[in-house]
Ligand binder design. Structure first.
Ligand SMILES: NC(=O)c1ccc[n+]([C@@H]2O[C@H](COP(=O)([O-])OP(=O)(O)OC[C@H]3O[C@@H](n4cnc5c(N)ncnc54)[C@H](OP(=O)(O)O)[C@@H]3O)[C@@H](O)[C@H]2O)c1
Length: 265
């Protein structure tokens, strides 16, 4: 896909990976809209992106029907249509399953799975009108290799990845493609309360966003972050999951410590 002049919407574009995707899209010549729940954060992001290309934004919650309608109004009215929908907004609460409340589990399902599915469904007519449409779903590496103490988050991130795979085949030959992205630990506000990779093992959101936007231009099906060792682990998790269990066993206590306070909903 040539992104020059394309109209792109990034949910959760006010922070972290989404903000950097918006920046890279502007560099590629796209017309970009960003959303997030907090108007102040959207305004701050708009100020950061000002002067880098045509950018619009508004506050909209992807988990509400009103928020999804506002998100699509931004595309239809301010961008003049929609070629690229980036389902990036997300949230996490980690820890032992019994320590995560029912409300937190429902919030994770809404923001990472139900919200993006319903937004995509509502956006399909605009994307089909484009004739060269793309849906980008930001899943997580945890959808490929489940890590202890993230069970509901891993479930919904695996769900959105599989949703994308099916949609890609359902829309085959109909002018709308799907790209699925699997980031690993990335230094963003979402990770502020996580102990994972605090010692330097996190990627930068700009590196992640650069590969995502490059993948859009190359019509790739997926982006798996984390480097060759990570790719090897993903493969081994299919062929020999018990070996992965054994490799993770010695760090289980450290993982629990790192996950216990991880909350960004
Ligand atoms: N950082 C990582 O290590 C990592 C790893 C794998 C996958 N991911 C995924 O990458 C995506 C981006 O995460 P990030 O790390 O960049 O997080 P972030 O910096 O916390 O940004 C999250 C963005 O989503 C918005 N958002 C949250 N809930 C929303 C809602 N209900 N409706 C609309 N917008 C909402 C936030 O704004 P408001 O708070 O104002 O709504 C913010 O703009 C998420 O899907 C996340 O699950 C992140």
């Amino acid at each position: 896909m040539n992104l020059n002049g394309k109209r792109a919407l990034v949910t959760g574009g006010s922070s972290g990976i989404g903000l950097e995707i918006a920046r890279e899209l502007l560099i590629a010549g796209a017309i970009v809209g960003i959303t997030g729940r907090r108007q102040g954060a959207v305004d701050q992001a708009l100020r950061q992106l000002e002067g880098q290309g045509p950018i619009r934004g508004l506050s909209a919650d992807v988990t509400t029907s009103e928020g999804r309608a506002r998100t699509l109004e931004l595309a239809a009215e301010s961008l003049g249509g929609l070629d690229v929908l980036v389902n990036n907004a997300g949230g996490v609460r980690a820890g032992r399953l019994e320590a995560i409340t029912e409300d937190e589990i429902r919030q994770m399902v809404e923001v990472n799975l139900t919200g993006p599915i319903l937004l995509t469904r509502a956006a399909l007519s605009l994307l089909k009108e484009s004739g060269d449409g793309l849906v980008v779903n930001v899943s997580s590496g945890i959808a490929l290799v489940g890590m202890a103490f993230y069970s509901p988050y891993a479930a919904v991130k695996a769900g959105i990845a599989h949703f994308g795979e099916v949609l890609r085949r359902e829309l085959d030959g109909e002018g709308v493609r799907v790209l699925t992205v699997y980031p690993t630990a990335t230094e963003t506000p979402m990770m502020a309360t996580s102990g994972m990779g605090r010692d330097g093992g996190r990627e930068t959101p700009s590196d992640v966003a650069r590969e995502i936007v490059e993948a859009m231009t190359q019509d790739r099906l997926e982006v798996v972050r984390g480097g060759p060792a990570r790719l090897e682990m993903v493969k081994q998790n299919r062929t020999d999951p018990q070996a992965v269990d054994e490799a993770l066993r010695p760090i289980k206590a450290a993982m629990e410590d790192g996950a216990r306070d991880h909350s960004a909903l």
